[in-house]
Ligand binder design. Sequence first.
Ligand SMILES: [Mn+2]
Length: 338
Amino acid sequence: MNDFQKITKILKDTDASFVLLLCHRSADADAICSAYALQGLLKRFMPNVVFEVGCPQGINKPSKVLLEHMPITVNLKPNIESADVIVLLDLNNIEQLDEVSGIIRKSGAAKIIVDHHSPSPETTKMCNVCIIDQKAAANCELIYRLYRQAKVKPDYNEAKALFVGTAFDTRHFALANASTLQTIAKLVDAGIDVQETLAEFALPIDTSERLAKLKACKRARIIRVDGWIVALSHVSAYQASAAKSLVDLGAHVSAVAGEKNGRVEVSLRCTRQFVEEAHINLGTDIAAPLGEFLGGVGGGHAMASGVSGTGEIQPTLKQCLKLLKTKIANSETKKEQL
Ligand SMILES: [Mn+2]
């Protein structure tokens, strides 16, 4: 049985009449476009089932532009309790949905996960079908694979959604791999104009984001750890963008924290060289234990990850540096032993 057949089997076995396609907090283009394209695919086979895209914890700014340009409908207050089947998209841990995670846990609905992050055992355990491929550069790639398994060609808007979701998640294909580019080639064949579509969704940078990035650079503490340049900083918003800027400027690793109502959030970024030579995966080696330290959650990818928990900025950054130092030291010893 292929993955597409596994999904349709669950939908049939549960005699589902309402299927909720659920995106992560401040849902990005990859999550929303995955949900939209999967909705379209499944509707073809089950026209009597109601499929809804739910973003109970909001959507991010680029997604607002996306929804203005595309015929995608998103419910910001989905009725999770009444779903017969819940599909988690681009989301590895339901804890990311804060209070919504309790409702999902209590729900008797069958659960399916389609994701490209490192899997969280508690979340995969509660899912009837797990379609997870960490090698996929975007979740939209996994959805395109389902189209192929179903032998269905995406229509123009579905192809455009899959293209845009992939473009956003791969930083305009800078993080793409062979399978990403093969998928993109097929979508372009379906009628997508690459330059026009990328221009349509290009975002002007907000003044507040520009200021956050500049402030993060001004406040950065720069530490050398065994030849690696670590930059630690804090801003009250746009931590991810600020962390990326620090790496663009020359840091090998960056961590930018922000505090709001006793909650602390940290974005971590690093270069590919750091992942490969220090053998450190920011998601599993740093963000996950830092999340635990803060009584919250942490995870993500090797080069980009995030943490959310309870605490204050300085102790959080201190712990982050401690984790980085320990991991770097461990990788040094490993190298010596080789
Ligand atoms: Mn994604």
